[in-house]
Design a protein around this ligand. Structure first.
Ligand code: SF4
Length: 300
């Protein structure tokens, strides 16, 4: 977060940094296995807490993306790194070593690959599930340019949760996600639900980028209409001066309103709060969805 923004952070956006030693240990494990996390690449404010648990969201297919989203601090290039075929094995080893109950696997977008990296997702899910029988697996995937064969490759491995973030409202796509398409992302979630209705579908968006409340509610309605089970809504925080400015710090009561609205329109689970991120406390979601109980995730 740049110095200027820090001065103006509202009271509800102060955060404990977690134990520096835990952060250090986790980073050593990850580097020793040439692994990346979106936690680090996206400068996530929850990293201290999550790495202390420990939990992490592993980022496969390298740490260089082929797209230019305005909110994201991941490195960008038209020629990203060569795919590391050891990633599935190294993620499995690390998940086992950390004793993870739930593992989240995400990636940069690889428009340079024919299948968008779908096979690497499939191999990673399979490796983790084959080795750690009790673990639950969540994938947070790119849109694979709407390629349904690629989606099927991932879903055939039956992750417990299939997540694809819609990120923002349609009117802001040109500024926030210029290479993505709102309707295409909705279609990805709808197709995933049609292909594997036993898999929980999930999506997430950020607020504070210039959207209005009715636009957020309309996105929530669109997600519900394509069979999305769970939605996360969190405050956008500027990761660097190169990224979009924060337009608004959305107060906690508005997140509460989104959660209530989600309940009204039949979404099974809405996790909304200033520090909520798509895989924050992801391990709790499976139990919550089974209970369809909104009450346990207040004020984050
Ligand atoms: S697709 Fe966008 S959000 Fe995802 S890693 Fe690339 S630049 Fe970041």
């Amino acid at each position: 977060m740049d110095r200027q923004t820090v001065k103006r952070l509202p009271s509800w956006l102060s955060r404990k940094m977690g134990q520096p030693s835990a952060l250090h240990d986790m980073k050593n494990i990850l580097r020793s296995r040439n692994l990346h996390t979106v936690c680090e690449s996206a400068h996530c404010p929850n990293i201290g807490e999550c790495f202390s648990k420990p939990t992490a969201t592993f980022m496969i297919l390298g740490d260089v993306c082929t797209r230019m989203c305005g909110f994201c601090s991941v490195e960008k290039s038209a020629s990203p790194v060569v795919v590391d075929t050891n990633e599935p094995h190294n993620i499995t080893l690390t998940a086992k070593e950390l004793g993870l109950r739930h593992v989240v696997i995400t990636s940069v977008t690889r428009d340079d690959l024919v299948d968008g990296g779908a096979m690497q997702f499939a191999l990673t899910i399979r490796a983790v599930k084959d080795t750690i029988s009790s673990i639950s697996v969540e994938v947070l995937t790119p849109d694979f340019k709407g390629n349904e064969k690629a989606l099927a490759v991932v879903l055939n491995e039956r992750p417990n949760i299939f997540n694809h973030n819609i990120e923002t409202v349609p009117s802001l796509y040109a500024k926030v996600r210029p290479q993505a398409n709102y309707r295409q992302s909705l279609k990805v979630i709808e197709t995933a639900k049609n292909m594997a209705d036993d898999v929980i579908t999930k999506s997430g968006l950020m607020v504070g980028l210039g959207e209005i409340k009715s636009e957020v509610k309309s996105v929530m309605m669109d997600l519900a209409s394509v069979g999305c089970d769970a939605v996360t809504i969190g405050q956008y925080l500027r990761p660097s001066m190169k990224n979009l400015k924060v337009s608004e710090y959305v107060p906690p009561e508005v997140f509460k309103e989104y959660k209530e609205y989600g309940k009204e329109i039949g979404l099974k689970y809405v996790y909304a709060g200033p520090f909520v991120r798509s895989s924050y406390n992801a391990e709790d979601m499976i139990t919550q969805i089974a209970k369809v109980d909104y009450t346990d995730n207040d004020d984050v």
